[in-house]
Structures are given as C-alpha cells and as structure tokens.
Design a protein around this ligand. Structure first.
Ligand SMILES: C[S@@+](CC[C@H](N)C(=O)[O-])C[C@H]1O[C@@H](n2cnc3c(N)ncnc32)[C@H](O)[C@@H]1O
Length: 277
C-alpha cells in the first residue's frame, strides 16, 4: 500500500487521475448520457453562471455550456489533477472561452458567496465525508434562488446483481477486505435523508426524479474493458494477480447467459435531486 492509499482523498485523486483518459470512452457513454439528462432537468438559462462540482471529463460541464451559451460561464472543479488537465484540454479543443476547469476539493470551495446560478454534482456525492458541511458550501456559493442538482445512486440492474456478489465472494475466499474507494460518510444515502441535509444547508422546494437508461455493450470484451474506465475498476485493480486470473474467465463465461442479439444490456438508475436556495 503506498502513501496515497492511506489518505482517502489522495486515493480518490490518484485513482481518477489514472483513468482520466479512458473515463466514459469505452462502450456506451453512460456518464455523458446522465450528464445531459441532469442538465435538462435543471432550468439553466442563457447567460447564467454554472459550477460543476467533481466535473470529471465534463459530462455535465459541456451540456451546461450548450445551455448558457456565449454570454454565460461554466466552471468545473475536480480533485484529480489529470482529470482537470484532460478536461481543460477538451475545453480548449472545442474552443470554449467561457468554460474552465480548476483543481479544487468540493469540500473546500474557494469561490465567493452568491456567485453561481446553478451548482451541479453528478456521480460524486458519496466521495464527501463532511457531507453537511459540503452542502452548506454549495449553498453559500449559490445566488439567492439559485439551484443545486445532485444525483444519488438508486438500486441497480437486478440482472447484474451477481457481479458485485461474486467480487465479494472472491475477496472473502482470498481473506482480503474489499478495498474502499469512496469513503463518503453516507454511501447509500436515501433521498429522504438527503433532503433533510439539503434543508439544513438552506435549500427549499426540493424535488427528485428517478433517471434511468439502458446501455448496450457490443460484446464481452467491450463490457469488461468498460469496467476499467470508472469506479468499478477499483476492486478489479486491487485483486492479486492470481485472483484476477481466476475471476476474469469466470465472469466472462457467466455473462454469456445475459447475451442478447445486439449485445449485453445494463440498466443504470439514479435519483436526481434539485433544491433551491
Ligand atoms: C464518478 S466521477 C463523476 C464525474 C462527473 N461528474 C460525471 O458525471 O461523469 C467522480 C469524480 O469526482 C471527483 N472527486 C472525488 N472527490 C472529490 C472532491 N473531494 N472534490 C472534487 N472532486 C472530487 C473525482 O476525481 C472524479 O472525477
């Protein structure tokens, strides 16, 4: 275990830096799809100023940039240096002068009070151990009547439940603890509990929707490679070589039961929660 692995934030930053170039780049574009969806759910007007917290490769950032137009501004922050660099390069390639990335911890925003019309945070809330304090910070940087849009995990695709169970079984067999990537205080926070935290942070008019989408992986290889491009890579890359050597063929054999004529279908579901300052 190297020094990074002992500090949860450094571990997360190092992990997302490792996958910055491949994140959402192999197989169906899961994060881009949900990024567009949550931006659609947020009433962003041309000319507004948007903060995308834990922006990654800009799944929300670029969708928000389309909405604010040339008179608005979108700022993304992320804790992983390579992710910031990668996304800044993508911004420059697209010639977007009013969109930028900064290296910053979501739990310690350095922006001025009342400076954004909208804050977005997609697929990241479980990384924040000081969740209440972090939500207070989101509220602080929002202008009055500004909105916060956050996604929370919802129950996954029952057809694939065996996959995570099998990972657990393998770690048990090797008498190793499941390696944690996210150490957020409430990884399985439900909407009601989260709504209470939002109210305490100063939000009102809170409502949520379930967002779901089914993605298709062309074949076993694409499905397996896609697993290495996001958070689900973490338990795989931490498997001792011997374990992974056994695990991979077993999984690739087992998924054949789920094969459909056009490939492998997997449904992703999230809660999209929106509150107003
Ligand atoms: C699953 S990705 C989501 C990225 C993007 N929001 C999306 O929807 O594709 C999680 C991102 O959160 C970032 N992250 C994790 N903890 C963070 C923190 N404390 N502050 C800022 N970014 C953080 C990671 O570096 C990573 O880019």
């Amino acid at each position: 275990m190297n020094a990074d692995e002992n500090d949860p934030k450094a571990r997360v930053a190092a992990f997302y830096s490792r996958i910055a170039t491949t994140y959402d780049q192999i197989g169906p574009t899961v994060f881009t799809t949900f990024g567009q969806r949550i931006v659609e759910r947020t009433a962003i007007l041309p000319g507004s100023r948007v903060l995308d917290v834990a922006a990654g490769r800009g799944a929300n950032l670029f969708a928000a940039a389309d909405k604010v137009g040339s008179t608005g501004e979108v700022v993304g922050i992320d804790i992983a240096p390579a992710m910031v660099q990668e996304t800044q390069t993508l911004i420059e390639q697209r010639g977007l002068l009013n969109v930028s990335m900064q290296l910053m911890d979501a739990e310690q925003l350095t922006f001025a009070d009342n400076s954004f019309d909208h804050v977005l945070c997609n697929f990241a809330i479980f990384f924040f151990p000081q969740l209440q304090q972090t939500l207070n910070g989101f509220c602080r940087v929002l202008k009055p009547q500004g909105t916060l849009t956050v996604t929370l995990p919802a129950s996954g695709d029952a057809r694939w439940r065996w996959y995570n169970e099998l990972i657990g079984t393998y770690y048990e067999q090797y008498q190793l603890p499941l390696p944690p990537l996210a150490t957020g205080a409430q990884p399985l926070l439900d909407v009601a509990a989260f709504t209470d935290l939002l109210k305490q942070a100063g939000f009102s008019d809170i409502h949520s929707t379930i967002e779901e989408a089914e993605f298709i992986y062309a074949d076993e290889e694409e499905w397996w490679k896609a697993k290495w491009t996001h958070g689900e890579r973490y338990p795989l890359e931490n498997m001792p070589a011997e374990m992974l050597k056994q695990f991979r063929p077993e999984v690739l054999e087992r998924i054949k039961e789920l094969q459909q004529p056009d490939g492998y279908h997997e449904k992703w579901r999230i809660h999209c929660v929106i509150g107003q300052k």
